[in-house]
Design a protein around this ligand. Sequence first.
Ligand SMILES: NC(=O)c1ccc[n+]([C@@H]2O[C@H](COP(=O)([O-])OP(=O)(O)OC[C@H]3O[C@@H](n4cnc5c(N)ncnc54)[C@H](O)[C@@H]3O)[C@@H](O)[C@H]2O)c1
Length: 257
Amino acid sequence: MNKINFSLVTGAAGLLGFEHCETLLKLGYGLIMIDINKSLLDKKYKLLSKKYKKIPILKYYVDISSQVQLKKLVKKIKRKNIFIRTIINNACIDPKPKRNVKNFIKSWDRELNVGLKGAYLIIELFTKKMINMKDGCIINVASDLSVIAPNQNIYKGVYKNFTKPVTYSVIKHGIIGMTKYYAVKFAKFNITCNAISPVGVYNNQNKKFVKNLVNLIPMGRMATTKDINNTVGFLVDRNQKFITGQNIIIDGGRTIL
Ligand SMILES: NC(=O)c1ccc[n+]([C@@H]2O[C@H](COP(=O)([O-])OP(=O)(O)OC[C@H]3O[C@@H](n4cnc5c(N)ncnc54)[C@H](O)[C@@H]3O)[C@@H](O)[C@H]2O)c1
């Protein structure tokens, strides 16, 4: 494998994961895409491989909450002798408004295992070379709900009986703690660790829901993928060496009200 730096994105087949992948490819990073949704991952991989022919892209169908699967992946990647300089911990189960939670404890375990344990395992297993090279950048994808409680009124009259579950708040507040922990632990190795916290991103949502949410945002709109991409681009830039342990909130002012 050639000598370019690689990036690793979890949940790479999802809405924002795919965007992070493109941002990193545009910056010349080789790419490791990880997702549990095989067909979607194959589809997104095909799209990117066609568009960025000269840059190496690897895809792995892996459940990030499984230590066994991740350890196998570490071995596979080790054989390729590549340097992963950037990690984006993006995968998370964001319960969709149409879903009814039937078994709360099962949902609690599953969601926390992906959103927190998964992010923890990725950091622990894929940063050995960063530490040796004294160079690295970790971005944990949180949410505006990492600093505020969900306003359940925005779902009222839109999605029947839906309330944003407590798991999402626990995960997103927790990932900020994890971000600060690793920012301090890795500071001496010149590895930054930050979080990004977007407000809801436009994705063909129900019009009434959009209106309800936008009413809470001083800038009068939801986030766009471009807003997120610009922030990721800034954080992974090699010249960005001194911002660490921060939660960059991308919310048009929602959380300052
Ligand atoms: N979309 C938004 O409006 C928004 C706003 C704020 C924060 N976020 C955060 O951004 C991140 C991405 O959100 P999104 O909207 O792109 O979600 P998404 O559901 O489109 O993508 C998530 C991806 O993670 C994958 N995934 C789930 N469990 C996995 C596992 N165990 N192992 C590997 N992959 C797994 C899914 O298959 C999916 O492709 C999440 O952390 C989310 O909480 C999203």
